[in-house]
Design a protein around this ligand. Structure first.
Ligand SMILES: *Cc1c(COP(=O)(O)O)cnc(C)c1O
Length: 361
C-alpha cells in the first residue's frame, strides 16, 4: 500500500525503513503452535489413557524448564519445544489489575486489621499528602502517562516518600517497557526505590492482551496477608509440596489464564536484545514522526480539526488514529508507535494522509 522510498533513514542509530518482522514465518509458527496445542492440550485432555498431570515440585520444574532469559531469541523449532515442555508440566501463572492491587497492599500495610474491622473507625485515608488530619498512605507516580507518555521524576518522588514513610507505587503500565532498552531506561531512574510497580507487557512489548505484571518489593508475605481469604475449601496449606509458589491465595480472583506464559514465550522468542530493539525502534519512529511533522507546512502538534479528519480517514478506511483533548487544549491526534510491523514509510503515509484529508479545511 505504501510506496517504498530508496534511501535508508537512520534515527538514533536505528534503521527505520521497512518492517522488521517476517510475517510469513510468524504465520507458520502460529499454525504449528495451534496444532501443538490441539494435540497436546485439547486431545490429550479428553483421552482417558493420558495422565491428568505430569506433576513435578517447583524446584524440580526450575531445572526441567529452560527459564533463563537470554540476550538473543530462540529459533521457532526451539520455541515449539518450549511450548511443549510448558504444556507438559502445565505451569500456571497470572497477571491482574495491578494498580488496584498495589493500592490495597499499601492500605493493608497502613492498617493490618482492615479485613476484620473494615473501614469503620479508620481515619479518612487519601493517596497524597494533605493537611487536616487525613492520613496519606500512598504516592502513585507514573512512568509513561497514557496520553502524553510523560515520565515522573522517580528519584525525587522516592526522596519524599522515604522521608515520610509513604508507599511508593509506580504506574509503569506504559513506560515500564523502556527498562528493556539500555538507551532509554534512564527515563525510569529511581524505579528500584518503589514499593510496587505495575507494568503491562501487553502494551509496548506486544504480548497478547491481557498481560500485566505487578512487581512488589515486600518480602514479608504482604501479598498473602492482604489477599488471603483463608478459605479452607480453596487453597489447602497441607499440600505435599512448597505452597509458597501457589499464587491463588495471594490475589483476588481464583481461576485465571496463564497470562505470564505469553510474555515469557515472546521474551524467549526475541531475547532481551530483541525486546530492546523493539523499544528503541518504537521511540526512534516517534522521534522521526515529530521531526517530519515540524518540517511540514500547515502542521502543528495541536489542531482543532482532528475529529473531522478522523471521520474522513475512517470513512475512507485508510487510518485509525486516536485523538483526545488535553488540559483544556483542543482535540489532537495521538499516534502510538509500538508495532514492529510499522516502518518509516507508515509515518510518512500518516502525515501525507492527514495532510490530504484536511487540505480543504
Ligand atoms: C494502559 C494504562 C493503564 C491500564 O492498563 P490496562 O491493562 O489497560 O487495564 C493504567 N495506567 C496507565 C498509565 C496506562 O497507560
Amino acid at each position: 500500500m505504501v510506496p517504498t522510498k530508496k534511501s535508508a533513514v537512520l534515527v538514533d542509530g536505528v534503521i527505520l525503513n521497512g518492517p522488521t518482522t517476517d510475517a510469513k514465518a510468524g504465520e507458520k509458527f502460529v499454525e504449528e503452535a495451534c496444532r501443538l496445542i490441539m494435540e497436546e492440550v485439547v486431545l490429550k485432555a479428553t483421552d482417558v489413557n493420558e495422565k491428568v498431570c505430569e506433576w513435578q515440585p517447583p524446584e524440580q520444574l526450575k531445572q526441567l524448564l529452560d527459564l533463563e532469559m537470554r540476550d538473543t531469541g530462540e529459533p521457532h523449532h526451539r520455541l515449539l519445544e518450549l511450548c511443549r515442555d510448558v504444556i507438559h508440566y502445565s505451569v500456571k501463572t497470572s497477571g491482574s489489575v495491578s494498580n488496584m492491587y498495589a493500592m490495597n497492599l499499601a492500605r493493608y500495610k497502613y492498617c493490618p486489621d482492615i479485613k476484620e474491622r473494615g473501614l469503620s473507625g479508620m481515619p479518612r485515608l487519601i493517596l497524597f499528602t494533605s493537611a487536616e488530619g487525613a492520613a496519606p498512605f500512598l504516592v502513585c507516580a507514573t512512568s509513561g502517562t497514557t496520553v502524553l507518555g510523560a515520565f515522573d521524576p522517580l528519584d525525587e518522588i522516592a526522596d519524599v516518600c522515604e522521608r515520610h514513610g509513604l508507599w511508593l507505587h509506580v504506574d509503569a503500565s506504559w513506560g515500564g517497557s523502556a527498562l528493556m532498552s539500555r538507551k532509554h531506561r534512564r527515563l525510569l531512574q529511581g524505579i528500584r526505590r518503589a514499593d510496587s510497580v505495575a507494568w503491562n507487557p501487553h502494551k509496548m512489548l506486544m504480548a497478547g492482551i491481557q498481560c500485566c505484571a505487578l512487581l512488589v518489593k515486600d518480602k514479608s508475605g504482604l501479598l498473602k496477608k492482604c489477599y488471603s481469604a483463608k478459605a479452607s475449601y480453596l487453597f489447602q496449606q497441607d499440600k505435599f509440596y512448597d505452597v509458597s509458589y501457589d499464587t491463588g491465595d495471594k490475589s483476588i480472583q481464583c481461576s485465571r489464564r496463564a497470562d505470564a506464559f505469553k510474555f515469557w514465550m515472546t521474551w524467549k522468542a526475541l531475547g532481551t536484545l530483541g525486546l530492546e530493539e523493539r523499544v528503541n525502534r518504537a521511540l526512534a519512529l516517534s522521534r522521526y514522526l515529530v521531526e517530519e511533522l515540524k518540517k511540514r507546512e500547515g502542521f502543528k502538534l495541536l489542531m482543532e480539526v482532528a475529529p473531522a479528519i478522523k471521520e474522513r480517514m475512517m470513512k475512507k478506511g485508510s487510518l485509525m488514529l486516536g485523538y483526545q483533548p488535553h488540559r483544556g487544549k483542543v482535540n489532537f491526534f495521538r499516534q502510538v508507535v509500538i508495532s514492529p510491523q510499522v516502518s518509516r514509510e507508515d509515518m510518512d503515509f500518516l502525515l501525507d494522509e492527514i495532510d490530504l484529508l484536511g487540505r480543504d479545511m
